[in-house]
Design a binder for this molecule. Sequence first.
Ligand code: UN1
Length: 486
Amino acid sequence: MKSYKLYINGKWVSSSSKKTFTSLNPSTQKPIAKFQQGNEKDVDRAYFAAKSAFESWSSTPAPKRGEFLLETARILRKRKQELGKCIALEMGKVMPESLGDVQEAIDIFEYMAGEGRRLFGITTPSELRNKFCLTTRMPLGVVALITPWNFPIAIPAWKLAPALICGNTIIFKPSSDTPLCATKLIEILEEAKIPSGIVNLITGSGNIVGNRLITHPKIRGISFTGSRATGLHITQNAGLKKIGLELGGKNAIIVMNDADLDLAIEGILWGAFGTTGQRCTAASRVIVHKKIRRKLESKLIKRTKKLKLGNPLNKNTDIGPLINQKAIEKTHRYTKIGINEGAKLLCGGKIANGKGFFYHPTIFTNVNPKMKIAQEEIFGPLLSIITVKDINEAINVCNSISYGLSSSIYTNNIKNAFKAIEKIEAGIVYINSSTIGSEVHLPFGGVKDTGNGTREGSLGIEEFSEIKTVYIDYSGKLQKAQIDIS
Ligand code: UN1
C-alpha cells in the first residue's frame, strides 16, 4: 500500500512518531493508503519552517502572491477529474458533487488571486489640519488551518487562498478521514511552485496535532471548520490567537402554501440528501404549511424511495456512503431517538446491507420543534418535517435552534419572502432555492452557535489579516488629538 509523507519546508518527510494511519474508502471499507501520524515535534518543525518563510512571503507584493494563486487554480482545473475521483474514492461524494467541490476550490483561488490587487484599507480625513489617516492590512503571521472531510478540497482551499494572499504562512492539518485529498492539494501547490515553508502539511490526530496547533504559543491564527464541540474546545484553549470558526447547522426549508411545490421538493431532496446530508448547510428540517403537508409528504416519499445508494463513481448513483462507521452509528442513534420521541417515520431509518457505510435516506414527520431530531445536528441523511399554521410560526420554528447558518423559504408571496429575509436568524437565506449552494464571491458563515461571526468566501481576507491604523502628520509641529482642535 502506498505511504504518503508530511510536507515540511518544501520536502516530503516522515513523522518523528514513526507511526502511520490508514485512510478508508467509505464505499468498500477497503484501505486506500497510509499516512503519517504526525506529532508535536512535527508541528514544531513545521512552525519553524513557516516562521522562517514568513519574512520573505509577507514582503512579496500581494499581486505577485496572486500569481501563485492563479497558477494553483490553473493546475486544479487541469487535474479536476483526477481530484474529483479522489474525493469520490476517499470521502464517498458522488462524482458531480465531487467535481463541484474541486470547482469551488478553483473559484476561490481565482477570486483571491484578484484580491491581491485590492486588499483595500480606508483613507479618511483627520480631525486636525495637515494630517492624514489611513488603514493598511498586515498578515497575522503563522496560521493553522484545521479542516473537515466533507469538502476535502474546497474547504482547505477556502482557507489556504485568503491566508496566502494576505501574506501568512501556514500549517495545514486536514481531517484524518481525507488525508489523500489534502496531500493532492499540497502536490498542486508544490507544482504551482509556491516557495518552500509557506505551506506545511501535518496529518495526524486532533488530540495530538490539533491540540499542539491550538495551544502553540507562537501561532497567531486558527481557522477551523468542524463540530461545535471542537470549536468550543478551541476557544477555550487557543488563548489570544485570532480564531475563525465555522461550526454546525440545523438548517430549515420553509414551504408555504403558496409555493411551487414541485420546485420545493427538488430543493428539499438536494438540501437534505446531497452529500448524504453531510454538509453544515444541509437541510435537516422542513417547516411546512399545514394546508400542503400531506401533498408534500406524499411527493417527497415517492421521490426519496427512488434515490439509489451506491458507488459514488457510478453515474446512476444518487447517494454515496456516510464517511465512517461512527457516522452510521450516529445517524442510526438519531433514528431511534426520533422514534422514541414519538415522531412518525415515513421512510428509511435503516442501515443498508452489505459493505460500505450506507444509510437509507430517512424522513420523520409529526416532529415537534423541541425534539432532539429537530434541534441537534445529525450530519446524515435524516430529515424532520414540522407542520405550522402561518409564516410567523414558520419563522419562529426556524429560529428555535441554537445554530444559525443557512435557511430557505419557498413562497411566491413577496411579503413572506421579505419577512423571511428580515427575520430568519442565519448567516445565509435562500429564497426559492435550497439551503446549499454558496458561491465564493459572497460571504459564507453563520450566527449563534454556528461560529464566532467569522465569514469565509469573499470576506476571507478579514479572517487572515489585521488592520494597521496609520496617522501621517505633515504639519511639522506637535498636534495633540482631542486637544488642539480649534
Ligand atoms: C459545508 O458544508 O461545510 O453552500 C460548506 C454549500 C457549499 C459549502 C458547504 N458551497 O453547501
